[in-house]
Design a protein around this ligand. Structure first.
Ligand SMILES: Nc1ncnc2c1ncn2[C@@H]1O[C@H](COP(=O)(O)OP(=O)(O)O)[C@@H](O)[C@H]1O
Ligand SMILES: [Mg+2]
Length: 261
């Protein structure tokens, strides 16, 4: 199954039925398939159940706005999808891979090839320039054109004039644009964004979101966006709501998938 997956987004697979579990015969498998997904952590008073049976199927090309109160498990779900945490129960397949069955090296490779992440805090490496920060994931992947691609990605977020700046020399909005360039530089199949404008003022946040949606449209990337902003959630074709470690609402994707450019 893995071998049949395209490595680039040049030909995004057709959108299949978005409702969890419902798939037309012969339709492409969803990019994200979670069933009964559980995640708990050990604590002094006993295990803390953070995700309590999440069922979610997301087709390639969909944009999903993930909403819900603080503490409902949104960030934890993103961590599992990125392979940064491991499920403690249930099934989780992303891009056809069974994440629970992969070792750390395989997960790191999977992340590099398929996942882009933007966090609320920008998480740039302070001792590296903007260009170096964006080139890092490509260098790890052994790509000889890492710096050329990093420069192109920075230009695409309007930072062609800030290549040699260190994060400390950039505004918050500029730092988040660097983080965005880093997230998309390897043309990931799945872009995960966790309240990416939470540390920015309203106008700057709006600019970053415009960029995020524009990049996603150009690349045809599947997007899972955690946000507290109802307008942003509504801009995603589909809205999913979490409460207390479960999905309690899913509009099923009434909106249109963004076609690959
Ligand atoms: N490593 C951890 N150890 C203990 N509890 C955690 C840990 N990570 C998250 N939690 C708890 O899990 C719940 C869900 O957290 P989180 O996924 O960050 O929610 P959200 O992003 O929706 O605010 C919260 O109650 C949080 O305190
Ligand atoms: Mg969170």
């Amino acid at each position: 199954m893995d071998a049949s997956l395209p490595d680039s987004l040049s030909a995004a697979p057709p959108r299949s039925l978005s409702a969890a579990g419902g798939r037309a015969p012969g339709a492409a498998a969803p990019l994200i398939e979670a069933a009964g997904l559980a995640f708990s952590v050990a604590a002094a008073a006993g295990p803390v159940e953070i995700l309590r049976g999440v069922d979610l199927a997301v087709a390639a090309g969909e944009a999903v706005g993930l909403v819900g109160p603080s503490g409902s498990g949104k960030t934890s779900l993103l961590m599992l999808l990125a392979g940064l945490e491991r499920p403690t129960g249930g099934v989780l397949r992303v891009a056809g891979r069974d994440l629970a069955a992969m070792d750390e090296d395989a997960l790191a490779r999977f992340r590099r090839e398929h996942i882009g992440i933007v966090f609320q805090a920008f998480h740039l490496i302070p001792t590296m320039t903007a260009l170096e920060n964006v080139a890092v994931p490509l260098e790890f992947a052994g790509r000889g054109d890492a710096f050329d691609r990093a420069e192109a990605a920075l230009r695409s977020v309007g930072l062609g004039h800030r290549l040699g700046h260190y994060p400390g020399q950039l505004s918050g909005g500029e730092q988040q644009r660097v983080a965005l360039a880093r997230a998309v530089v390897a043309a990931p199949r799945l872009l995960l964004a966790d309240e990416p404008t939470g540390n920015l003022d309203r106008a700057t946040g709006a600019q970053v979101m415009e960029l995020l949606f524009a990049l996603r449209a150009r690349l045809g990337t599947t997007l899972l966006l955690v946000t507290h902003d109802p307008a942003l959630a509504a801009r995603c074709g589909r809205q999913v709501r979490m409460e207390d470690g479960r999905i309690v609402g899913d509009d099923g994707g009434a909106g249109m998938a963004v076609p690959a450019a």
